[in-house]
Design a protein around this ligand. Structure first.
Ligand code: FE2
Length: 387
């Protein structure tokens, strides 16, 4: 009997431990995987904040050796992944732990793939290219936004092509995500805003994606609702533990939604931008968001109405154009309230860069699940509007 695979929906998730202090379970989980020598991936900022030393202490106290790899840059590069994998191999490590934002977590995922296959990370670009399981992996996110700790995505920068490529595979979902709102205490207001808007974009893109469905919709809508209500007050008062927890919960739900429903044109276009200019991912998304929503609106009007309602807009009695207008207004107001108002031109993008950026955006797998089919010309026009 035949069946239409495009109509089926799946849901993949790591084992998740959510709540203040969950990071402290890292040694228990590592021990459960039989860890004798953990490879710990992080970046200089997280190390400086003291979180790396704490994780090392917890692991060493449990009798587990640790090799540190903390040189990961923002937007992790191919050569960093390859250097990490070589260190993992030569030190005979057996479990990978990463603590940090999207960059250390994506780098750790890349190191896992290279360790399992013994080949360049460049060979794993695309969907379902990973054939061997990675070593056991425990991820501890320190930002509430990227959700690499729950997702099937790893994004790696290839400086030779000035391009960020996506690896999308069940094999890069970690075994365990220890999601601990306490570790986001050290994020400043700007990083809180960038990563929080990234999570909002994840939720909106997942909800209107052609891969959306009942398994992801509730997570996506709840994430939109939580970010809409809690991100602005959190950016004003980053010390508020309750708000941190709410935005972390939103980020996790947005992550579960987009990992399984995939994303859309905002991410395709922002991956291209981030690879070209090495810019923060959340900022790239924020600058593109309302322009892509405007482009996509007519292709998913009912879905965008639900997005507007999740953003506390009472749509009863409103015509479709009015709902669109109010939704755009709310998105722009939220971005402004958290301090993300720049235009692409301010970041150094020029009109002459647009054809190059558009070419790479059209090669990104996220473009395939955008609710409206996008030609090269369409993508060029949206970039031009965000300039
Ligand atoms: Fe993102």
């Amino acid at each position: 009997m035949s069946y239409d695979i495009s109509a089926l929906r799946k849901f993949v998730s790591p084992e998740i431990v959510f709540g203040a202090g969950s990071r402290k379970a890292v040694a228990n989980f590592a021990s459960n995987f039989g860890a004798r020598h953990v490879f710990l991936v992080s970046d200089p900022g997280v190390e400086k904040a003291g979180w790396v030393a704490e994780i090392v202490d917890i692991l060493v106290s449990a009798g587990i050796r640790v090799t540190l790899f903390t040189g990961v840059s923002p937007n992790p590069k191919v050569d960093e992944v390859m250097a990490g994998a070589e260190l993992y191999r030569s030190n005979e490590c057996d479990v990978i732990v990463a603590i940090g934002g999207g960059s250390p977590m994506d780098c750790a995922k890349g190191i896992g793939i290279v360790s399992a296959h013994g080949r360049s990370i460049l060979e794993f670009e695309g969907v379902d290219t990973v054939t061997s399981p990675s070593p056991p992996m425990i991820l501890i996110p320190t930002t509430a936004g990227t959700s690499a700790d729950v997702s099937q995505f790893a994004i790696i920068s290839d400086p030779d092509r000035r391009f960020k490529f996506s690896i999308i595979s069940k094999a890069v979902v970690p075994d365990v995500a220890l999601i601990d709102p306490e570790v986001t205490e050290t994020m400043d207001a700007y990083l809180t805003a960038c990563t929080g808007v990234d999570a909002l974009v994840h939720a909106i893109e997942a909800y209107v994606s052609t891969g959306s469905g009942p398994l992801t919709d509730t997570n996506a809508l709840e994430a939109i609702r939580l970010i809409n209500r809690n991100l602005e007050p959190l950016v004003r008062n980053t010390a508020d533990a309750h708000l941190r927890e709410q935005v972390m919960l939103a980020s996790m739900q947005a992550g579960l939604a987009f990992s399984n429903a995939i994303l859309g044109a905002v991410h395709a276009m922002s991956h291209s931008l981030g690879g070209f200019l090495d810019l923060p991912h959340g900022l790239c998304n924020a600058l593109l968001l309302e322009h892509v929503v405007a482009y996509n609106y007519t292709a998913a009007e009912d879905r965008f109405r639900r997005v507007a309602e999740a953003m506390d807009i009472d749509t009863r009695g409103m015509s479709k154009p009015v709902i669109k207008h109010r939704l755009m207004e709310r998105i722009i107001a939220l971005k402004g309230a958290v301090g993300l108002e720049a235009k692409l031109a301010k970041l150094g993008v020029t009109t002459s860069d647009i054809p190059y950026l558009s070419g790479f955006a059209l090669q990104d797998p996220c473009i395939l699940t955008n609710p409206r089919k996008s030609s090269r010309r369409d993508v060029e026009v949206v970039y031009a509007e965000a300039l």
